[in-house]
Design a protein around this ligand. Structure first.
Ligand code: ADP
Ligand code: MG
Length: 387
């Protein structure tokens, strides 16, 4: 279902109540919209700050009916909200991105096929659904990374394998669910691009972010991307725009890329929503990725976002709350916030757990060097490794 401009005052719905939903809710409310969150958790970060919280499972008939009754249009914040739920909502209300587009992003095999169809290079790979396919894997794909086709995130659902014996053991460990084996590539660094596409086909983009992962989880994002050449920048933006346009995507889309040691660009995966690597846009751009999510959902003209400050974003994982041992203690925010250009975002999660995304810190500054210097000071205060 499509529609025209939805003016402020209307209620916007979001499937999923995590931190991305919370930041969407904040952006929507700032523009004068009311919000409704569907999430089964009574204490979800977005549910806590929303006008309405439909506490129900993603596929609950009653929950979906309630959400479409209260919301004029609906988006998603969580990659693994079942595409079927979005398709059902789409019969009642405008839904962006569509269940069909999200379904492509939820399956690594479909996702890679889409990259190939768009002429965007991705890692050499093979689909493994049967023991025959396992046996037929080309030698050239090893060493590689075996990834579950569905439901992986933050490095979960993937195992690095050196040879055929390890590959067979890894597939058994992953319960022989459908997987994609990717060749292990020689990465120089990783970047991501966030684009927003409106229903009319209008496309805007943010500059490239350079991302550092630790244990499979995003740790640091640097903008402008220090190692990126203008050619790579252009190529990545053109690829992300092509990927979005070919999907007839409406909403905010993030495409993650590898830049290899030989300088070539390879698409890794995409997320049909705002992305952790784009959180800096709240503080360092004149429009954030969440503002653009609101605009794409409400058919508001998009306007190209402008980076007005250099930025370094540090992810704050639950581990930080256990820096002094087994007892949960609050990190020294007062000392961190004494640093210039510090923006603290905490997601309102009741308890810290190792590996849990609790919040992020963005440091904005006039130059990349200044942002880096202050962010390194914060990292030291928090006991985070330098980069
Ligand atoms: P997730 O859904 O967990 O983010 P990714 O496919 O992005 O999964 O993989 C997580 C990280 O693992 C990547 O950011 C990259 O650092 C590393 N990685 C993944 N695939 C490859 C590969 N084919 N070659 C080298 N490194 C890889
Ligand atoms: Mg990833």
């Amino acid at each position: 279902m499509t529609t025209g401009f939805i003016p402020p005052g209307a209620t916007l719905g979001v499937m999923g109540g995590g931190q991305l939903g919370r930041m969407f809710v904040h952006a929507a409310q700032q523009m004068g919209y009311a919000t409704a969150v569907l999430d089964p958790d009574a204490a979800s970060p977005a549910g806590l700050v929303s006008h309405h919280h439909v506490q129900a499972d993603y596929l609950s008939d009653a929950g979906l009916a309630q959400l479409s009754q209260v919301a004029a249009a609906i988006t998603t914040e969580f990659e693994n909200v079942p595409a079927a739920a979005l398709k059902r909502l789409g019969a009642q209300r405008p839904v962006a991105p569509s269940g069909e587009a999200v379904a492509t992003c939820q399956d690594r095999a479909l996702e890679k096929a889409h990259f190939v169809a768009c002429g965007v290079p991705c890692a050499p790979h093979a689909l493994i659904e049967t023991t025959a396919q396992l046996a037929a894997v080309a030698d050239d794909l090893l060493p590689g990374v075996l990834k579950t086709a569905r439901l992986g995130y933050d490095g979960k659902g993937q195992i690095r394998v050196a040879d055929r014996a390890q590959l067979a053991a890894a597939w058994a460990e992953l319960k022989q669910v459908p997987c994609v084996l990717e060749k292990m590539l020689p990465l120089a660094y990783e970047v991501s691009v966030i684009v927003a596409r409106g229903a009319s086909g209008e496309l805007v983009h943010f500059p490239l972010q350079q991302n550092l992962h630790r244990d499979g989880i995003l740790a640091v994002t640097l903008v402008p991307a220090p190692d990126v050449t203008p050619a790579v920048q252009q190529q990545a933006i053109a690829a992300a725009e092509k990927i979005a346009a070919t999907l007839r995507y409406v909403g905010v889309l993030c495409v993650e890329f590898f830049v290899l040691k030989d300088g070539s660009l390879v698409a890794n995966e995409m997320a049909p929503r705002p992305h952790n690597s784009g959180h800096y846009t709240i503080d360092a751009c004149d429009l954030s990725q969440f503002d653009l999510q609101v605009r794409t959902l409400t058919n508001t003209p998009l306007a190209a976002p402008r980076l007005h400050s250099s930025a370094v974003m540090l992810n704050l994982l639950g581990d930080l709350w256990f820096a002094n041992g087994a007892d949960e203690t609050t990190p020294p925010w007062d000392r961190v916030l004494a640093l210039p250009g510090a923006h603290l975002h905490l997601y309102g999660k009741a308890s810290a757990r190792k590996g849990r995304k609790m919040g992020h810190l963005t440091f904005t500054a006039a130059t990349p060097q200044q942002a880096r210097t202050v962010a390194l000071q914060a990292a030291e205060l928090l006991g985070l490794a330098a980069w």
